[in-house]
Ligand binder design. Sequence first.
Ligand code: HEM
Length: 392
Amino acid sequence: MDREIPLYPIDLFSHESVRHANQVDDAVREFSPVVRLADGTVLITRHADVLAGLQDWQTFSSRSRPWHDPASLRPEILLTDDPPRHTHVRGVIAQTLSGTAMAALRSGFERDATQMVDWLLDHQHQVIDAVGDFTQRFVYKALPDAIGMKVEGREHMYSFSHMVWATMGPENELFKEAMVGIEPVLEWLEQCCNRENLSEGGIGMTLYRLADAGQVTQAEAKLLLQIVLSAGADTTILTMANAMRAFALFPSEYQKLRANPSLIKQAFDESLRWDSPSRMAGRIATRDVSIGDYTVAAGQRVGLMFGTANRDPRAWNDPQKYDLSRDLKKQVGWGYGVHACVGRVLAQLEAQVLLSELVRRVERIELAGEPEPWMTTIGHGPARLPIRVIAA
Ligand code: HEM
């Protein structure tokens, strides 16, 4: 039986909803596997359907998406392409993230991680912010270093990614707030990924060399770097911060990790499942497609919801529990299918290095207050996470 997709009467992107995004999104999932929002956007909420949608790029195309503004400030490449163009461009960016390139970054990351954990331990028993004082400081150095960017201007990184995440959602109050004072950020963005501003040996210069070899145009190389800069920052910051929140809330899992640091990759992945930094991926349906008793019509703009899928009790036993023994092959926090995160090797390297140092030297992490949510529509996670650490 074909039923009308139910209207979901609550604004999921108001300040209030964003403050409680997990509860709000989980309620949508339990309401229906597919809902229609007041502005016509359709959301797919349950794990099996989200996973199937992410794997079927022919039906769920990336060429358009909810709230799509082709004139938006967001760099449009790769995430916004379908195969075969997508396959080609992805192959080019993947070459810059090779095993050799990652190995070359490790020692610099290790040096930074040591200094940052030194700082943490200098402040043990005091309230510090796990985001601003730790994961963000690390990533806002590691990522631009990896690209080969100049130090000046890096203070714009937060406003830049805040703006990019805003362009993925509706043009509401939060969108307007993200655009305030954006002009100097755009000027920096225009310059920072230009070839003459990049150092030798980084992802950026490698990409321009691939452009010289004709694999992409020079303009595409710049756009790809801007995508890396926007996609690789907050996602990694928030997932590592959420791992630290999980370590505080589930101390026995943290002790398992201390006893067996080879579980770091699993710990990072489980953190991504437990609390995903992106609420949804945007797509457009290219044909009528059935979700349970409902039909999503061709031409419909659709959100495939990562976070709700990763906490769907139909797919996960006791989903609110942070559990290092889970089989995470089907978690969707990295996406899934052709667009699955191409930068995960870099994120995993950063997490491997920073969290290993943390786990080795910190006996216990305690929450020292409520996390303050990041006020953005599609991104999700703590803007501030008050904690205390106790040295090993
Ligand atoms: C924990 C950290 C990260 C998370 C959770 C994450 C998450 C994701 C997700 C969910 C997607 C798929 C989006 C979709 O299907 O529409 C994606 C794609 C992508 N990510 Fe990541 N990401 C992370 C780190 C990074 C890093 C460090 C980089 C840069 C080196 C990066 C670059 C990209 C790019 C370029 C794409 C587009 C891939 C494509 O369209 O084929 N990400 N990421």
